[in-house]
Design a protein around this ligand. Structure first.
Ligand code: NCD
Length: 388
């Protein structure tokens, strides 16, 4: 049994899948830690583990590393060993973590469940211990079971970076979403400017793109406080129930003063979702939700996690698809985000995905910057003054 809306209620259980533990049995995981953080200080397991000062520090390092000369940057983690352990398929997260670690000079290795002894039934613990014995100094883990990163941390005592665990959390996605929002955020008007980088700073944008930098950093907010996002409403739409991206954003954005509005049909968005914490509410009417939105974050229906749930796709599209007409009429100034992979024609139209309000591709590029900062943090590579 997996109780994912009630994680804060105390100890919780999860089933490890057969690939991890051949005999299926419930495993008691420790309660989500309060403070002080009992895990490795370089680990990033949940957004809850990050004080706002640390969020600021990661944002600050992401910007500094993004702007750093590539040759200098490649010295920061030269010859350090980073392992990526992926039990689920991934394009953006895996590639951006790998490129981030490599651009800091680290050696990376990928262990995927389909081409390793995991296929033969090796447990997560034994796989972790093997990777550690081979010299890995940190493990980036994506796993289909919620809580797996905590287990791996306990088994290996290495800094573990959670790259998505089941339906639970995806902390680096929430950080990169935050960086994307802040890149478009105007603190004076308390609104986002989707067109910011394109219209306001064409010169800067062009040269930034040529240098591989992320666009849209005209408002490079890197210090966040409890009211940085006051007045900002982020609407998350679609399959909230199965989304670790939604879960991490729901836990992070309200701590910066942002309001999170969840929107979707009851099968994909149970009422209990509002109990995640303060600052989170439900609006079932998509158009009413759009009217309030500074940012609209669309989600894919996670077909692989529906577990027999029947959903009428025509009905879903009629109620919740983000179309050009809806966007123009109800949220003409909102920034459109999506963690990917996007299914064009289902949760949003191709015109919206490629349109002027979309920052979907930009999010991917912010992901590399955030993951550089997080990998650097994992390996305790405190930057020297003369280094940057
Ligand atoms: C998401 C994930 O895997 O959690 N994508 C991502 O990491 N960028 C969302 C999804 O799979 O729909």
């Amino acid at each position: 049994m997996l109780r994912f809306w009630t994680l804060e209620a105390g100890p919780w259980t999860l089933n490890m899948n057969a690939a991890v533990a051949p005999a299926r049995r419930p495993i008691q995981t420790p309660p989500i830690p309060d403070s002080p953080f009992p895990y490795h200080p370089g680990s990033l397991l949940s957004v809850d583990d990050l004080a706002l000062d640390e969020v600021s520090r990661i944002l600050e390092r992401a910007t500094a590393l993004d702007r750093e000369d590539p040759l200098q940057r490649a010295r920061i983690l030269a010859k350090r060993r980073v392992a990526l352990l992926f039990y689920e398929s991934s394009t953006r997260t895996r590639t951006s973590f790998e490129l981030a670690a490599k651009s800091l000079g680290a050696d990376t290795t990928l262990i995927s469940s389909l081409s390793s002894s995991i296929e033969k039934g090796e447990s997560l613990k034994d796989t972790g211990l093997t990777i550690k014995a081979l010299g890995a100094e940190t493990i980036i883990l994506r796993h289909n079971s919620s809580g797996a990163p905590w287990l791996l941390e306990e088994a290996t005592r290495l800094p573990i970076l959670n790259a998505g665990d089941g339906m639970h959390e995806h902390p680096t996605q929430a950080l990169l979403d935050l960086r994307t929002i802040l890149a478009h955020f105007d603190p004076q008007s308390r609104s986002c400017h989707p067109e910011l980088s394109k219209n306001r700073h064409p010169e800067r944008s062009r040269s930034a793109a040529q240098n591989g930098e992320v666009e849209g950093s005209a408002f490079p907010i890197v210090h966040v406080t409890a009211d940085t996002l006051a007045g900002v409403t982020v609407t998350i739409v679609g399959d909230i129930q199965h989304s670790r991206v939604a879960r991490s954003n729901m836990r992070l954005l309200p701590r910066l003063g942002g309001r999170v509005v969840l929107c979707g049909p009851p099968q994909l968005l149970p009422e209990i979702a509002t109990q995640t914490g303060p600052g989170v509410s439900i609006e079932r009417d998509f158009e009413a939700a759009l009217r309030q939105s500074t940012v609209v974050m669309m989600l894919r229906i996670q077909a692989e996690r529906l577990a027999g749930l029947q959903l009428d796709l025509d009905e879903y599209q009629a109620g919740y698809q983000l179309t050009g007409e809806r966007l123009r009429e109800f949220a003409p100034r909102a920034l459109v985000l999506h963690p990917g992979p996007i299914i064009r024609g289902l949760e949003l139209t191709a015109g919206v995905a490629d349109g002027p309000q979309s920052a979907i591709v930009e999010q991917v590029r912010h992901g590399v910057a955030i993951r550089m900062a997080v990998v650097e943090r994992a390996l305790g590579a405190i930057p020297q003054k003369d280094r940057l």
